[in-house]
Design a protein around this ligand. Structure first.
Ligand code: BDR
Ligand code: CA
Length: 314
């Protein structure tokens, strides 16, 4: 008998690489995708929600409940990233409209129920701004102690030469968008794995034209969607960075990464350092809680093989 699949909730703002991460999640038998919650990030909330529904339905996963979360960061205006992800935040694909009903209950309550259903056993993957996660923790104070882990794509910790900002010279987009939410989550005591630009901006882990050609050889729906997303990104850039799929990969194969442990902090001031993330190393002898595991290197070729083989698998 195979191992029991890990139940995961996915908090996301699709987004090209968020959609690639959803594809990877649905192609991974180690995981059971129990809930998708959406947040304003790459696009406004209605857009990211529509995209999540369209992607799930196209991939035959309409049974996965989808709830729309926060339309704006906790206390700042919203800024999208449509310049990169396209006018619909999903590379202008000809994906059919989804028909699924959006959950009526609040995303933060559904996230809490997800965690509370099996304390210590369930993982939340967050690949957008951390607004929904912070709101869930604010409303349900015991939630951080109920999760096995939160896996976060966000931040730039200067652990490698790629670990500088993409929104500003200092800050990564997800964290910059809602630094107050990040601050709350970082302080919550929840066990965290964080994958920042330190590894996701490493070109060895990014897909390129050769990978696109390989995906195009397959006739499957999954490969067709991945190829279309990738092609859109490659029309503008030499590489398609795999920020969000890399977060998922820490669960699927942690041996792809090296990690460092410590506490993390974030600049919440509205100056040029807004959203800058810091790592505060824990002294081996101290009693400090070491709640964060931060990726500090990636085996790019092995990650790419993991992604491509799962998408191409019959
Ligand atoms: C992050 O920002 C978004 O544009 C991507 O989807 C990813 O989650 C990278 O900085
Ligand atoms: Ca994202």
């Amino acid at each position: 008998m195979g191992a029991v699949a890990l139940s995961v909730a996915f908090d996301t703002d699709p987004g090209i690489d968020d959609a690639l991460a959803l594809i990877l999640a649905l192609r991974s038998t180690e995981l059971r995708l129990a809930l998708v919650t959406t947040v304003a990030g790459n696009g406004p909330l209605e857009m990211t929600t529509r995209n999540a529904v369209r992607v799930l339905e196209y991939l035959g996963a309409a049974h996965v409940p989808v709830a729309a979360g926060a339309a704006t960061p906790i206390r700042r205006p919203f800024h999208g990233a449509l310049g990169y992800h396209g006018p619909d935040a999903l590379g202008q694909l000809m994906l059919p409209e989804g028909r699924a009903q959006i959950e009526l209950r609040a995303a933060c309550d559904l996230l809490f129920d997800f965690a509370a259903a099996a304390p210590g056993e369930r993982t939340l993957i967050a690949t957008g701004p951390l607004t929904n996660v912070a709101l869930a923790f604010q409303r349900h104070e015991d939630m951080p102690s109920l999760l096995k882990e939160v896996v976060i794509m966000g931040g730039a910790f200067q652990l490698t030469r790629f670990g500088t900002g993409n929104q500003t010279p200092y800050a990564e987009f997800n964290i910059w968008q809602d630094p107050d939410a990040a601050h709350l989550v970082f302080r919550s005591g929840v066990p965290m794995t964080i994958v920042g630009l330190d590894v996701t901006n490493d070109p060895s882990s990014a897909l390129d034209a050769t990978d696109l050609a390989r995906l195009r050889e397959s006739n499957s729906r999954t490969a067709a969607l991945a190829s279309d997303l990738l092609e859109y990104a490659l029309r503008q850039h030499d590489y398609c960075f795999m920020h969000d799929p890399l977060a998922l990969a820490t669960i699927l194969d942690p041996s792809l990464f090296e990690f460092t442990e410590g506490e993390v902090d974030v600049v919440t001031r509205d100056d040029e350092e807004r959203g800058r993330t810091f790592l505060v190393p824990s002294a081996p002898s101290s009693n400090q809680r070491r709640t964060a595991r931060i990726a500090r290197s990636i085996d790019g070729p092995r990650f790419k093989e993991l992604f491509l083989s799962r998408v191409l698998e019959a």
